[in-house]
Design a binder for this molecule. Structure first.
Ligand code: UT7
Length: 329
């Protein structure tokens, strides 16, 4: 049995925040942010919007485009590190209920910015084993809620958004759309380079003692940068070698949209042509688990990504986690 990506959808909040707006919050400039990251704008959820709301809109679009009824979904996988509620219930269950997927199981996947890559491979495993026929995979985040808006090292980098795909059983004829392979890795020794220090079982919030900033995102940017460049080249080298492919045979690389300089450095180090790498981080910034499905959606909508194209996704992020998917679209 084989699995394919049948459709894509996305949603971002209406509110668009420019780099210039950020200069009112922290000591920064459009020039610094753009030259160090490639980011110009990000979309920010309003007070009424939680992660499941963004995920819902992206999912409805993906379902419509696949001409599926909600009760045809067997499993909802939602990759996020900004769930509606801390720990429980899963945000996937909230989306499952809202879209009316009455015959589906649901669970969240927590692998930070690599979450969608992990989700796609989990969906492929369920479908190719026969355990599921149709899986909804979502990457959705409201990072604006976990950012320290006084920390210029992090608050300028992230945005909110959601992307969703339908993974389903495919025809087994040669050359058909197919998810071919994946590569998933974790390097937990780097866990403390990108985290929310307080609020979990390791360091619970103590009323009157815990500083609110320690419940927000902390990142050692330089260490994450070094890790990310190596992770990107490792993923590409591994997937190409294991599948007897060269980069010339790949039509598109869809990297996690964190920073244009990470993508450029990985291309330089690995000898990969930058023009094969899709980027839209200028408009959305880093939307963590949502960045790859949002990119896939934009590529499909603009006819850049067509059936039969060979694609590699590459993710990296907190954990530290990294990985990629090789797909014949
Ligand atoms: O999904 C994975 C998520 N993580 C990432 O993508 C982050 C990976 N890391 C990076 O992308 C980069 O390390 C950053 C973009 C975060 C930082 O870029 P950098 O070129 O490594 O800057 P830096 O940390 O070396 O800082 C250089 C200077 C510092 O000032 P001093 O100490 O030299 O006076 C910073 O304080 O830039 C300063 N700086 C800023 N200045 C203006 C840091 N953030 C800002 C800012 N505006 N927003």
């Amino acid at each position: 049995m084989t699995a394919k990506v049948a459709s894509v959808g996305m949603y971002v909040p209406q509110r668009r925040m420019s780099n210039n707006e950020l200069t009112e919050l922290v000591d920064t400039s459009d020039k610094w942010i753009y030259s160090h990251t490639g980011i110009r704008n990000r979309h920010i959820a309003d007070d009424s919007e939680a992660t499941s709301d963004l995920a819902y809109h992206a999912s409805v679009q993906a379902l419509e485009r696949a001409s599926l009824e909600p009760d045809q979904i067997d499993l909802v996988l939602l990759a996020t590190s900004t769930p509606d509620y801390p720990g429980l219930p899963s945000t996937a269950s909230i989306v499952q209920d809202r879209i009316g997927a009455k015959k589906a199981g649901a669970m969240d996947i927590v692998a930070a910015c690599t979450g969608f890559v992990y989700g796609l491979e989990t969906a492929r495993a369920f479908v190719t084993s026969g355990a599921a026929r149709t899986v909804l995979v979502i990457g959705a985040e409201v990072y604006s809620g976990i950012l320290n808006w006084k920390d210029r090292n992090t608050c300028v980098l992230f945005g909110d958004g959601a992307g969703a795909v339908i993974v389903k059983r495919s025809d087994e004829e040669a050359g058909q759309s197919e998810m071919l392979d994946s590569f998933l890795r974790s390097r937990g020794s780097g866990a403390r380079t990108l985290l929310r220090p307080s609020g979990g079982s390791r360091t619970p919030v103590v009323p009157g003692e815990t500083e609110i900033e320690t419940t927000k995102l902390y990142m050692d940017g330089r260490r994450v940068y070094m890790f990310a460049v190596g992770a990107m080249t490792d993923v590409l080298d591994y997937l190409l070698e294991r599948n007897n492919l060269t980069i010339d045979q790949i039509d598109h690389v869809v990297p996690h949209q964190a920073n244009i300089r990470i993508i450029e450095a990985a291309c330089k180090r690995g000898g990969f042509p930058l023009e094969k790498f899709f980027t839209n981080l200028e408009e959305y910034a880093n939307t963590s688990a949502a960045s790859i499905p949002i990119a896939l959606n934009e590529m499909v909508e603009t006819d850049r990504l067509k059936r039969g194209d060979m694609v590699i996704t590459v993710g990296f992020g907190a954990g530290l986690t990294y990985g990629g998917n090789l797909i014949r679209w």
